[in-house]
Ligand binder design. Structure first.
Ligand code: FMN
Length: 326
């Protein structure tokens, strides 16, 4: 069951499935399963796995160009695209040591980005738990603006609409981008850690950082998507959702604001909501699959989040149908 959400347990299986994804007309972003590593040996191994992945992609992806398919029609988009979870790259990451955490993550992310740049690819830094949010944003700003990469726009970040901070974080990021004269790329998601964020905050007597009613997250997403689309001259938009209302709102807003097609794309998770993915392909064409692979054991947290969401989606749908039938 869990295997439906991954494209393989090793690089060679992943390459076969990526080729198929490409043949079906989808773009991809590859992620190696893993998060919150517990030792520097593990973090270094995770870095090396990404280097191995990039070597494999380098060898394979040019031959996929002949396959045709969606992404090849988006002249602007790099063909190689990876997503990376920052906490897997530095075992000592902790909000208690902000500067040390930023530096520890930045060092290994820079090594991956160097290789991505050589291949003219794209790297997205995934967003994880709330406690790492400010560290992750700072890593993004430093990498994006450092001398080595400031001329390289293909580095993106993720914002989570369920966080009460996100309206401000987005405004700050856009202001920073304009002040620096550096274009950015934002993948907007609802956020995948709602349960744990709520439990942790309650246990510690902290303010809950996430919206507690689902409709508030959905409304925040639409509001923030509009802000990103209004700033499409400096901010490329990855609309990552399987929710039809969210997707429709983004399409309508983009149309109303005359946003050029190449300034936004749709992203879905491999193995989730297949009919949505196919429908999107027909309507929007530019669809990227988030495609994880790797050992199932370290990937367990990712897989559990997907299984929970899948069941939540089903019960959400059942609930809507039941309400309509009443
Ligand atoms: N959630 C995160 O908290 N951080 C991420 O980096 C992240 N990346 C995602 C990438 C893609 C392509 C998609 C589709 C989702 C991602 N998610 C991420 C999961 C979403 O936050 C969310 O849990 C999931 O998409 C369900 O919301 P939906 O009903 O709007 O699809």
């Amino acid at each position: 069951m869990a295997k439906q959400f991954i494209i393989g347990e090793n690089t060679s299986d992943a390459m076969k499935n990526l080729k198929k994804i490409r043949k079906d007309g989808f773009a991809f972003t590859v992620d190696i399963l893993g998060e919150a590593s517990v030792s520097e040996i593990e973090s270094e191994a995770y870095l090396n796995e990404y280097i191995e992945l990039l070597d494999a992609l380098k060898k394979e992806h040019t031959s996929w160009a002949a396959l045709g398919g969606g992404e090849l029609d988006w002249g602007h988009a790099p063909k190689v695209n990876i997503s990376v979870k920052p906490t897997a790259l530095f075992s000592q990451a902790s909000p208690k040591d902000f500067e040390g955490s930023v530096r520890g993550i930045e060092k290994r992310l820079a090594a991956i980005l160097r290789k991505v740049k050589e291949m003219n690819g794209f790297m997205r830094i995934d967003m994880e738990q709330y406690k790492f949010k400010d560290i992750t944003l700072e890593v993004y700003r430093r990498l994006r603006s450092c001398e080595e990469f400031r001329d390289y726009p293909h580095l993106g970040i993720v914002l989570q609409a369920y966080l009460k901070d996100t309206d401000k974080d987005l405004a700050d990021l856009l202001a920073w981008s304009r002040a620096q004269g550096l274009p950015i790329s934002v993948r907007l998601v609802k956020g995948a850690y709602w349960d744990s964020e709520t439990v942790i905050a309650k246990q510690n007597g902290w303010d809950i950082p996430v919206w507690t009613i689902k409709a508030e997250s959905d409304a925040a997403y639409e509001r923030q998507a509009k802000v990103i689309l209004e700033n499409h001259d400096i901010c490329h938009f990855g609309c990552a959702s399987h929710n039809i209302r969210t997707i429709a709102a983004v399409m309508e807003t983009a149309k109303a604001l005359n946003v050029p097609d190449e300034r936004y794309e749709f992203q879905v998770l491999y193995g989730m909501a297949e009919p949505v993915r196919k429908g999107l392909m027909k309507v929007a064409k530019r669809v990227r699959l988030y495609a994880p692979y790797g050992d199932l054991l370290p990937g367990m947290a990712y897989l559990v989040r997907r299984l929970l969401e899948n069941t939540a989606n089903e019960s959400f749908l059942r609930q809507s149908f039941a309400e309509e039938a009443e």
